[in-house]
Write a protein that binds this ligand. Structure first.
Ligand code: TYD
Length: 137
């Protein structure tokens, strides 16, 4: 899998004078069914999250409030995204290393995931991740 398979997805946005509404339907607006939702909040300034890759998991990451950066890495190429809109999400396919940092004060990072939590789905060591990439290609 390459970082070229990862992309910003524009989500539906219903706007009127009373505010905005965005919705996300699994396998409609995003390329997977949603089995889990989690969110990061109260992240201290200067903190880095992530630092892992998932073997099979598909994810959509949305800045529900505030902003943060996501660095994605496929073992060959890297790309940095700045997320700061509630109507945009970054889709990350399996086997992509990611790091999240530069969290603004009060930011909330929501993650939609294609499966329930499974620690066996993680590569938490970068060298092991690179080795897995080499042996599965
Ligand atoms: P982790 O995925 O490493 O967080 P991040 O990528 O944001 O730094 O998870 C941190 C801890 O939370 C780890 O002990 C696993 C646990 N966890 C769950 O129990 N369920 C979940 O759905 C998630 C995402 C994490």
């Amino acid at each position: 899998m390459s970082i070229h398979n990862c992309k910003i997805i524009e989500l539906p946005k219903i706007s009127n004078t009373q505010g905005n509404l965005t919705f996300i339907e699994g396998s409609n607006h995003i390329p997977f069914d949603i089995q889990r939702v989690y969110y990061l909040y109260d992240v201290p300034g200067g903190a880095t999250r992530g630092g892992h890759a998932h073997k099979d998991l598909h994810q959509l990451i949305v800045a529900m409030s505030g902003s943060f950066d996501i660095l994605i890495d496929d073992g060959t190429k890297k790309k940095r995204f700045h997320l700061n809109r509630s109507y945009q999400g970054l889709y990350i396919c399996p086997m992509i290393w990611r790091e999240l940092d530069n969290f603004s004060s009060g930011s909330v990072c929501m993650v939609l995931a294609s499966n329930r939590y499974d620690e066996d789905d993680y590569h938490r060591d970068y060298q092991t991740y690179l080795h897995a990439l080499r042996t599965t290609q």
